[in-house]
Design a protein around this ligand. Structure first.
Ligand SMILES: Cc1cc2nc3c(=O)[nH]c(=O)nc-3n(C[C@H](O)[C@H](O)[C@H](O)COP(=O)(O)OP(=O)(O)OC[C@H]3O[C@@H](n4cnc5c(N)ncnc54)[C@H](O)[C@@H]3O)c2cc1C
Length: 334
């Protein structure tokens, strides 16, 4: 049942019609709890507020399914605007990007040129750029592009996923790279990825410990308090310098734990997604934690003052429509 629910939401996250429609809807279904705003100016206030609490941030301007060069160029311009705002407002903040948004699926060399332009601006302002890891079909290309960019730029890193079998083997080649470690958010084949939570968690801990004992900076990105607690003990036991790593969590998740870790003196970074293209990101978060469905139902059927909305049938129709779209789809989930 848990797998069916996960497949359902991952399927929705890949549905282009719904992703396109959602851009016009504005935030719905409680998405604003996990997506910080639609533009950089409103998000800058959120970053200021978190910085005031000793938390740094990484910004992700959301976007899915970029198939035209024009869209990729717009995305690059938006990223430059974000970098300029970070610099002008002296925010303690860096940038997270997805290579597909900068044109990877259109033309690799075009994407590399876009990345080089971004890295040059970021370097001038002393800002780091992290390349998010997408699904496995983009994995090798992402690593190859990263290694190529690192020949000219130091201010770039990427993400490794503990659900992939190959991550352990790839660590040696990435030992000098600043990395974010995550469990992995996409639906992958059992040929390449663990599906068992225990195996994914054990691999996460093993990779985290290897990285913590190494030299390069690591962002430990998880909401899992068991993992965080074990790694805190490991850091104490091995007297690891707190400035060689940070914890990261997503905006809107476990705020109490985020603030507590920062107050305990750990470096902490909140990943802040924003923009109108929120649907795919939001669906992946529902896939991870179906408990978040409570939010969707509440937001769909009730007003802010807890009254039943006048058009619940429309909302219900929307939910049923998405379900039918899903059932009608041929298998294409990633
Ligand atoms: C900062 C950041 C960046 C990321 N970047 C990427 C990326 O580039 N590529 C990618 O594939 N994935 C990325 N992810 C997503 C990641 O791969 C996981 O899908 C996601 O983080 C869920 O796994 P988890 O480690 O948080 O723990 P889970 O396995 O989801 O949860 C483990 C346990 O933690 C507790 N828990 C979790 N969430 C909550 C909550 N909200 N409230 C209370 N308890 C909770 C529960 O006890 C749960 O059983 C990122 C995640 C983060 C935090």
């Amino acid at each position: 049942m848990a797998n069916l629910t996960k497949d359902f939401f991952i399927g929705l996250s890949n549905n282009r019609v719904l992703n396109e429609s959602a851009k016009k809807w504005g935030f719905r279904m409680g998405a604003e709890k996990f997506v910080a705003g639609t533009n950089m100016d409103s998000v800058a206030d959120t970053v200021h507020e978190l910085n005031r609490r000793g938390i740094c941030c990484t910004l992700d301007h959301l976007g899915e399914f970029v198939t035209e060069k024009e869209e990729a160029l717009e995305a690059k311009e938006e990223c430059i605007h974000i970098l300029e705002k970070i610099h002008a407002d002296e925010l303690d903040c860096h940038l997270s990007v997805k290579l597909t948004k900068l044109g990877l699926d259109i033309d690799e060399s075009f994407c590399i040129e876009n990345m080089k332009e971004l890295l040059a601006v970021a370097e001038q302002y002393g800002i780091f750029i992290n390349i998010d890891m997408e699904d496995y079909s983009h994995y090798q290309q992402t690593i190859d592009v990263l290694q190529l960019l690192r020949k000219d730029y130091e201010n770039v890193g990427t993400v490794v996923q503990s659900y992939l079998f190959r991550t352990q083997n790839d660590l040696e080649g990435l030992k000098d790279v600043r990395l974010r470690l995550v469990k992995g958010a996409y639906k992958e084949s059992p040929d390449v990825a663990y599906h068992d939570k225990k195996a994914i968690d054990e691999n996460f801990l093993s990779i985290a410990k290897q990285r913590l004992l190494g030299d390069a900076f690591t962002s430990i990105a998880t909401h899992d308090h068991f993992i965080i607690s074990e790694l805190k003990d490991f850091v104490k036991e091995h007297q690891i310098d707190k400035d060689t790593f940070e914890f990261q969590m997503l905006y809107g998740f476990r705020n109490d734990l985020q603030f507590a870790l920062a107050e305990e003196g750990y470096n902490f970074c909140t990943y802040i997604p924003f923009g109108t293209d929120w649907f795919g990101y939001f669906m992946r978060r529902l896939a991870e934690r179906p408990q978040n469905m409570n939010l969707v139902l509440k937001d769909t059927f009730y007003t802010k003052d807890n009254k039943l909305k006048k058009e619940p049938l429309i909302a219900g129709g929307l939910a049923a429509g998405t379900l039918l779209l899903m059932l009608g789809r041929k298998k294409k989930v990633k």
